[in-house]
Design a protein around this ligand. Structure first.
Ligand code: NAP
Ligand code: HSE
Length: 442
């Protein structure tokens, strides 16, 4: 701290959407932050990859560098915000900041998902903080609520929309009949999309966030390779309409369930048909929504902007304020976990139950539907509803099926068998039907 502890100087690694938002709001709110904290908190340096790029926010050229390590090692910087994304370089810089005695505020869920165990442990050893409110659900204060406000609870179910980009795309496809590509271009312009947009579209970004929530709620780091991760690329405008006829909306959801009888835990991210009566089904646009069912509180649902410059910067600044309070002895550092680590094991596919929606394109010929029903029945998958639309142009038909309750193991066997059936023209499209009230029976 400079000037006899009157200013906390913040170094920002990454000066893109979130980095510029954080700088801007720190400057604009400097007066009110000073009133809250009794010290000034000011951004002093930021790093980028390409110094020649135009930036929307103009700052002193001397404050920008392409050498992130020089900020981390700068004795004139008290606190680091890692807002550059990516894994390895961000990890090295974060560890170096800890070694230099500096707390780090991050929005980088990919890094936490991959190296959280190491990073939280190193931060603790160094006696500094690694704060990550902005890493899950953008502007929604979900980390604080889970770790602090709902500390009296255990969580049999946490589920919700954890990716703003995909929710924005699905919402506009459904409400305007817009094309996937057009809406994706708008989401990019609005600053919602990851530098690697496949992370958003293929469910990986939401899975990173689900893994972090699962760790906080249950103390178990789950590897991405052990969970179902599906994105939104296969969802067609027809699926969105078919779901509405079934009283549902298709949302990309993360689901974290724990069975407290055997401590088996399942985590997955996939599109699901969610009944329109659920708040999560009505959470549209860039909004995220997280439904937490706690043993004491019941169900709490939080919604808010899940991506974009301002909401995310707001979460970063909330962490900066907490870290500065800690530096000033104004509050003690909250414990990372309130649960016992490692008491859970992963649920098997047979334990993960639910109903499913299937879309198939088949030859329009006698006996086709019966063959499909038999194929499913042999794998203990029972049909609930069927609708068939002929496609005259190539004498095929589109069949939309929903199933009664079955499990992931059986439905995956059934899908593999359906692919082999003569007359099934394309790989079937499968979505889960999510019933938040039915999970207790599974
Ligand atoms: P972004 O707009 O792509 O900005 C990334 C910034 O980091 C850019 O300024 C880039 O420099 C810089 N950078 C990248 N690699 C670098 C390196 N090796 N050395 C120095 N600078 C480097 O990304 P963003 O949307 O702000 O996201 C930043 C982080 O926040 C990511 O972890 C993301 O997952 C997370 N996040 C984003 C949002 C959101 O709504 N955008 C919300 C929550 C969390 P150049 O500009 O020169 O390329
Ligand atoms: N790309 C992410 C999203 C940013 O769309 O949700 C917020 O983490």
């Amino acid at each position: 701290m400079s000037n006899e502890s009157q200013t906390i100087r913040v170094g920002i690694l990454g000066f893109g959407t979130v980095g510029q938002g954080t700088w801007k709001h720190l400057v604009e709110n400097a007066e009110s932050l000073k009133k809250i904290l009794g010290v000034e908190v000011l951004p002093v340096r930021a790093s980028v990859r390409d110094l020649t790029k135009d930036r929307k926010l103009a700052i002193d050229a001397d404050a920008l560098t392409d050498d992130s390590m020089s900020i981390v090692d700068d004795p004139g910087v008290d606190l680091i915000c890692e807002l550059m994304g990516g894994i390895e370089e961000a990890r090295v810089l974060t560890l170096r900041a800890f070694a230099n005695g500096k707390s780090v505020v991050t929005a980088n869920k990919a890094l936490i998902c991959e190296h959280g165990e190491e990073l939280f442990s190193e931060a603790e050893k160094a006696g500094v903080r690694y704060a990550f409110e902005a890493s899950v659900a953008g502007g929604i204060p979900i980390i604080k609520v889970l770790r602090e406000s709902l500390v009296a609870n255990e969580f049999p179910l946490i589920y919700g929309i954890l990716n703003g980009t995909s929710n924005y795309i699905l919402t506009r496809m459904e409400s305007e009949g817009a094309t996937f590509d057009d809406v994706l271009a708008d989401a990019r312009d609005l600053g919602y999309v990851e530098a690697d947009e496949a992370l958003d579209l293929d469910g990986v970004d939401a899975a990173h966030k689900a893994v972090i929530l699962a760790y906080l709620a249950h103390g178990m780091w789950i590897s991405l390779k052990d969970i179902t991760v599906e994105g939104i690329r296969e969802i067609s405008n027809e699926d969105l309409l078919a779901a509405r006829k079934l009283g549902c909306k298709i949302k990309l959801i993360g689901v974290i369930r724990r069975n407290f009888e055997n401590n088996h835990i399942s985590v997955g991210v996939h599109p699901a048909l969610v009944p329109v009566g659920e708040i999560i089904a009505r959470t549209d646009g860039v909004y995220n929504g997280v439904s937490l069912t706690g043993t004491v509180v019941g169900t709490v649902v939080l919604t808010g902007r899940g991506a974009g410059q301002d909401p995310t910067a707001g979460s970063v600044i909330s962490d900066i304020v907490d870290v500065v309070k800690g530096m000033k002895g104004m509050n003690s550092q909250p414990k990372l976990l309130h649960v016992t680590p490692d008491e859970c094991t992963a649920a098997t596919a047979k334990e993960i139950c639910g109903c499913f929606y299937l879309r198939l394109r088949v030859d329009d010929r006698p006996g086709q539907l019966a063959q499909i029903a038999e194929c499913l029945a042999e794998r203990e998958v029972s049909l609930a509803t069927v609708s068939q639309t002929p496609k005259d142009e190539d004498r095929s038909a589109q069949i939309i099926l929903t199933t009664h309750q079955t499990n992931e193991h059986s439905i995956q066997l059934a899908i593999e068998a359906l692919k082999q059936l003569p007359g099934v023209k394309e790989s079937p499209v499968l979505f889960r039907m999510f019933d938040p009230n039915g999970f207790e029976n599974q």
